[in-house]
Design a binder for this molecule. Structure first.
Ligand code: HEM
Length: 258
């Protein structure tokens, strides 16, 4: 078992986890004792695109809601302070960044390891659907059994792929609106079909606006679950998006190991 992990580039670590007494955190389950090994899961393009996309999405939500309904104002001539102009500029610049991260992600679906590839986008196996229910119960703290995955578990697979799908719709509706400013331009020619499909540009705007809430709802849940995993599993979930690897108990079985 460990040999295969080591082949993937995992470094070994044989120390036992520190068990310092932390007031207030006493009830938090500790990771199982034993040997841990560092397993490399996420290559740098995936980690880079994750953080660039995170910054871009926050900028898009903040500026997008401002474009839709300006929630603060300033005094003076609009042409001088150019507030809405800057908001729109930041929105479009962040949109460009987001598209760039999308291109990296699509490329990595075909060259990445098994945790990053298109095979990990969706729980294709029946076993994963059975595990999904166990994991839901575990998240709700009513189930004792938690099937362990080294990469993304089935709930993560479905929710991240769902977010990718929403992002695609945001990009299409965004560029469809963007193209309206210049009917002779590339974006009008390339994306106007979206307006036709949705029944007019006002519906394109509506879809773009409503789907922004998906990100607004996703972000706190994602951050909560990540920090929860960090505290309850202590395998380095948060730092794995920086370093690329997690510390995994050497004697633990993982569903997606083979
Ligand atoms: C996560 C991605 C995105 C989010 C959360 C987001 C959010 C928003 C929101 C909330 C609005 C205001 C809608 C309204 O109520 O009128 C908006 C407007 C707009 N967005 Fe996005 N957006 C995203 C991606 C994009 C992309 C990729 C583009 C492509 C260029 C884009 C272009 C636009 C345009 C053109 C407008 C209208 C601007 C205007 O009327 O001046 N958006 N966006």
């Amino acid at each position: 078992m460990s040999t295969e992990r080591e082949e993937r580039g995992g470094r070994q670590s044989t120390h036992e986890p520190e068990r310092t007494e932390q007031p207030g955190l006493a009830a938090i389950p500790r990771p199982p004792e034993g040997d841990y090994e560092w397993v490399y899961l996420w290559h740098w393009p995936i980690r880079a695109m994750h953080w660039v996309a995170a910054v871009a999405i926050v900028a898009l939500v903040v500026t997008g809601f401002y474009i839709g309904a300006p929630y603060f104002m300033t005094t003076g001539e609009p042409a001088n302070h150019y507030l809405m102009g800057w908001m729109r500029f930041i929105h479009f610049a962040a949109a460009g960044l987001l598209v760039a991260t999308g291109i990296v992600r699509v490329y990595w679906l075909f060259v990445g390891n098994k945790f990053e590839s298109w095979r990990a986008l969706f729980p294709f196996r029946r076993e994963d659907w059975v595990n999904m229910w166990k994991i839901v119960k575990h998240y709700m703290m009513v189930g004792d059994e938690e099937p362990e995955y080294m990469g993304h578990n089935p709930i993560q697979q479905i929710s991240y792929t769902g977010l990718y799908a929403v992002t695609v719709v945001m990009v299409l509706t965004g560029f469809a609106m963007y193209g309206q400013a210049n009917p002779d331009g590339f974006f009008y020619a390339a994306f106007s079909w979206v307006n036709g499909l949705l029944g007019g540009v006002q519906y394109t705007r509506l879809v773009h606006h409503v789907l922004t809430w998906v990100f607004l709802i996703f972000i706190p849940i994602h951050v909560y679950l990540t920090i929860r995993a960090e505290l309850t599993e202590s395998t380095g979930t948060v730092s794995s998006m920086v370093s690329g690897g997690r510390f995994l108990p050497r004697d633990q079985e993982f569903v997606d190991e083979e």
